[in-house]
Design a protein around this ligand. Sequence first.
Ligand SMILES: *Cc1c(COP(=O)(O)O)cnc(C)c1O
Length: 434
Amino acid sequence: MLATTTSLNTTRSQEIFAAAQKLMPGGVSSLIRAFRSVGGQPIVFDRVAGAYAWDVDGNQYIDYVGSWGPAICGHAHPVVTAALKEAIAKGTSFGAPCELENILAEMVIKAVPSIEMIRFVNSGTEACMAVLRLMRAFTGREKVIKFEGCYHGHADMFLVKAGSGVATLGLPDSPGVPKSVTSNTLTAPYNDLAAVKALFEENPHQIAGVILEPVVGNAGFIPPATGFLEGLRQLTQEHGALLVFDEVMTGFRIAYGGAQEKFGVTPDLTTLGKIIGGGLPVGAYGGRQEIMSTVAPAGPVYQAGTLSGNPLAMTARIKTLELLQQPGAYEQLDQITKRLTERLLQVAQATGHAACGGQISGMFGFFFNEGPVHNYEDAQRSDLNKFARFHRGMLEQGIYLAPSQFEAGFTSLAHTEADIDRTLEAARIVLSNL
Ligand SMILES: *Cc1c(COP(=O)(O)O)cnc(C)c1O
């Protein structure tokens, strides 16, 4: 089914990956990296800098994955790495309060409209797990609504219709997740307010809240329809439920204050990850003071973490956010990404391939599908075989795209117009030959 001929020399990548498969399940530490949905062998990276990645065979790629979002200033930004060198000399982890936590907390509280108080954790998954407990504790209700194709990390109760990783493997769910755990997770199609309204009516006074990706990235790139976020805000308020934006991907990505700033809808709670880590393992959750004050030790809702708030992660985050505060940063991301997506769709059309897509700031996506794509079901009508061949072709042209049709792409402040134009030229060659 897949084009396996390659002009790239990937001998070392193949050797390392073959060895890895005997050591780690599927040869990877996170499943999407294994290239299962696009076939062929994954590329083993040696180093990254700016907009580029180099593999262990010495091939260079323009990188549109950016470590799945964190590399928004470009990989290994000299300001971030210099600050990390200084910080590392003082130790890698304190396990005690450190002033850097205050500095970062203030920056995030100032930036993100819903966040009046914050708790730092180590990953997006952790943030989402903690926020779920908090939603339930605060409302005294157990059911939550999530949307098909939205991913909120790999905790049991969220592994229902959970987007990319799961979609890519064709697993509707995961073995090992007890029915009793997911029985309180209700799902609705994205962008479908009527379905959410019906769930509230069918489960009166039982729904703790609604959690969603305010712009979906884990089923491919799907923006919210006009009025969808506002509608959810209104419905949750009417029913005494909480609204939670999972901004692990969109936070500091589609605007400095995330989707809530961009769309002017303020949720009760927000989860963050990816970008605020500046490339170190990171997550955070925050929201209204009244709710956050119930988190231990201020309140009874348990949550803790040995490495949480560690000084290296705090340093990388502070420096990354400082870089993002520079005037014009988001306009630059928007311009470069618009150039990429608009022209990519033109190239697809000119070469006779049905495609649709879009972008907001430095987050983008496209589907081999007539469109429009409003939800996960629409996304699934894409030509996955074509995407796989396109992906492999682009790789051979030195363009590193997310290895799944159901993942958003990311640009960075280090991507130049010349990088974009090279990418478009590569796409023209690949699409002409598909
Ligand atoms: C990546 C992601 C997560 C999980 O974050 P990890 O750091 O991988 O645990 C949760 N929610 C969204 C929206 C994400 O994109």
